[in-house]
Design a binder for this molecule. Structure first.
Ligand SMILES: [Zn+2]
Ligand SMILES: [Zn+2]
Length: 664
């Protein structure tokens, strides 16, 4: 192969190479691979750096193409759409100041300040959106240039927030959001769309605004500049943007679905639990119907742990500050803890985690290798301080109960323990109807970690091997582990495709050290055990909230607070309805009866709102024939079913689930 100076060689992600005329851009490369790739391309990664599609490639560069339908591609689309939003706002609102406009999950936002403290109305949003569409149609290019800080300050002289960012970046005290806006200290980069609109930005961007268009503005909210409550209050416009009309429509549909499934709303409709104001923010009380589901979850958890060789322990809600000094929580986790209580010449804290107390149980006496692995289990209630603004029903709450375990084991036992933990987690999650998982392995941050290279290597290998042994696909987050050990996070996808982080399996080389935990090994030497932290549900509250949204309140029959409701057509049938109710109740089903003081249709509707799996209606014919009319949730009414047949159907429905339960 001869190298011609008029061609360049580009290395692709699969390590194949491709020759292109010199001066070729990322776009040319994508087109040379395929027209469809060219049309889908929004940016490139050149030698590890995200770059605009229109930049000329240099000989020998390693290049991959970012397409619009990838996470990175959507990020580019969203951030580019944020620029278009800013342009529309400064055109429509004379004197508007704009500050930052990053891409976020599923969308983007931009913060503005309007003259005379004016705020955006809903009508304004519609107007802005229309102007944005005009900008898209105008096919404006995103043209990058770099300049000195001095020139940039001049260019943005009427934009005080931009000037502040430029100054912070060039003085070297930029935070991550500044860097995203302005590039590096050496040169400030800007993107120009028209003679009138230029924005400070690191990029990359789509080549031109015509690549955008599938977006919607969602809402306006107040936001402090740089999150500082003493600083100016800006107006934040949120939007969402996608690679296609269909993807946008799907997202908007998902939002609608999510709204319908909001667990806070379902909890009220179904009388499951509440957050009384008198109780204080982020704290819930469970009503009887929510309590039934919770008890079933806890019973299931206890049974599984009992079968899994766990030992049940109980620990108090408070501890002396000394404990959290020993554990390091006061050093590293104080912001997440409730404030202290002073009493009896001591300082006490509500516990944010159960681990320190489990370490005390371990340390209470000398341990032998024969006792390991020692698996301690507790449904432990913890209290964590969350800022009021971040509280969200059961999903972000200040007091909650973890299905918490700490496993103390030898180095040799670690791999098997982790592998069986992974089985355990998956079977529990599947039992509750989750079948779509994402696994993330977080590995060591060399600058911030305790423990030897050897032990980190072994633990990371054990986690990796467990994932591989199960044939699970996972992503690695290099350097993302806590300082005390690597971990696996398990996300589930719910019925409408949302991702929830629920379970973790975490290795810990730190707490055994801090608490001086030891065991006597086979050779009589004293050794340090390894500690594994592990929660399956995570928190019962959060898991319940996710479950409620996953099922949209329609719990499977084995979990439903009320499995069967019996309705008499009229008062004359009440006695028979009662007999049916009692028969089912004696068989152990959760069944109730709504007295016929309202029209049947109304009672059926009320029962549907409670998402009861079976509503039985009984009238004259049923009394005569010992039958019931079966109204299954989401199905059609079947009249004249013999009570015995219905009982068999119910047993099969609940029993199927029970068989699953036995599949350990
Ligand atoms: Zn930008
Ligand atoms: Zn723990």
């Amino acid at each position: 192969m001869t190298t011609n100076i008029s061609t360049i060689t580009i290395r692709l992600p699969d390590d194949s190479t491709r020759e292109l005329p010199s001066g070729s851009t990322g776009f040319d490369l994508a087109m040379s691979i395929g027209k469809r790739l060219g049309q889908a391309a929004v940016a490139t990664v050149v030698n590890g750096i995200e770059t605009d599609l229109g930049v000329s490639l240099v000989d020998g560069a390693k290049v991959s193409i970012i397409t619009a339908d990838s996470d990175a591609g959507r990020h580019v689309l969203r951030h580019s759409t944020a620029h278009v939003l800013a342009q529309a706002v400064v055109q429509l609102f004379v004197g508007a100041k704009f500050s930052i406009g990053p891409a976020i999950e599923d969308g983007f936002y931009y913060d503005f300040e309007l003259p005379n403290s004016k705020t955006f109305s809903d009508d304004d949003l519609a107007k802005i959106q229309q102007r944005m569409q005009e900008i898209v149609k105008a096919d404006q290019p995103f043209v990058r240039s770099e300049m000195s800080a001095r020139d940039a300050l001049k260019l943005f002289s009427d934009q005080p927030y931009k000037c502040e960012i430029i100054e912070r970046v060039t003085q070297g005290d930029a935070d991550s959001s500044d860097a995203g806006e302005a590039g590096s200290a050496d040169a400030v980069s800007v993107y120009r769309n028209t003679d009138d609109f230029v924005d400070l930005c690191r990029g990359p961007h789509v080549p031109s605004t015509s690549r955008l268009g599938h977006f919607a503005l969602m809402k306006v909210a107040g936001a402090y500049w740089r999150g500082n409550e003493k600083g100016p209050m800006l107006q934040r416009i949120y939007g969402t943007a996608w690679e296609s009309k269909a993807a946008l429509a799907e997202h908007l549909h998902r939002l609608e679905e999510a709204e319908k499934r909001d667990h806070r709303r379902l909890a009220v409709e179904m009388d499951l639990l509440s957050f009384p104001q008198e109780l204080g923010g982020g704290l819930a009380v469970w009503h009887p119907k929510g309590g039934i589901v919770r008890k079933l979850m806890e019973d299931y958890s206890r049974e599984r742990h009992q079968n899994g060789g766990y030992k049940f322990v109980f620990t108090p809600h408070l501890a002396n500050a000394h404990l959290f000094e020993t554990s390091g929580h006061l050093q590293f986790y104080k912001d997440g803890m409730y404030p202290p209580m002073e009493m009896d010449n001591g300082t006490y804290y509500p516990k944010p985690m159960n681990c320190p107390m489990h370490c005390l149980i371990y340390r209470d006496r000398q341990r032998s290798y024969r006792e390991l692995p020692l698996r301690l289990f507790e449904l432990g209630t913890v209290y964590r301080y969350e800022r009021a603004g971040t509280l969200h029903g059961l999903l972000r709450i200040r007091g909650f109960t973890q299905d918490d375990s700490h496993i103390f084991c030898t180095e040799e036992q670690m791999a098997d323990e982790i592998a069986s933990l992974l089985d355990f987690v998956l079977s529990v999650l599947r039992r509750f109807g989750f079948n779509d998982f994402d696994f993330k392995l977080s590995t060591r941050n060399l600058e911030k970690s305790v423990g030897s290279d050897e032990i980190w290597g072994k633990a990371t290998e054990a986690l990796t091997e467990a994932l591989n042994r199960h044939g699970l696909k996972y992503t690695v987050s290099p350097g993302d582990a806590a300082f005390y050990g690597p971990k696996i996070d398990i996300d589930v996808r719910d019925a409408i495709g949302r991702k929830w982080q629920l379970s973790t399996i975490q290795c810990d080389f730190n707490l055994p050290e801090r608490f001086g935990l030891e065991y006597i090994a086979t050779d009589n030497a004293r050794k340090r055990p390894i500690m594994l932290h592990r929660a399956l549900f995570g928190s019962i509250e959060r898991f319940f909230g996710v479950l409620l949204e996953h099922y949209g309140g329609a719990f499977p029959t084995w979990l439903a607070p009320i499995q069967v409701r019996v309705l008499a057509v009229a008062s004359a049938h009440e006695q028979y309805a009662l007999e049916v109710t009692e028969t089912l109740s004696k068989l152990g089903y959760r069944v109730d009866q709504l007295v016929a003081d309202e029209q049947l249709g109304k009672r059926i509707r009320a029962s549907k709102l409670e998402r009861i799996p079976y509503v039985l209606v009984v009238g004259d014919d049923d009394i005569a024939g010992a039958t019931v009319g079966v109204n299954p949730r989401g199905g059609d009414v079947i009249r004249g079913v013999s009570l015995n047949d219905f009982i068999q159907q119910l047993a099969a429905d609940v029993g199927q689930e029970n068989n699953l339960q036995k599949h350990v």
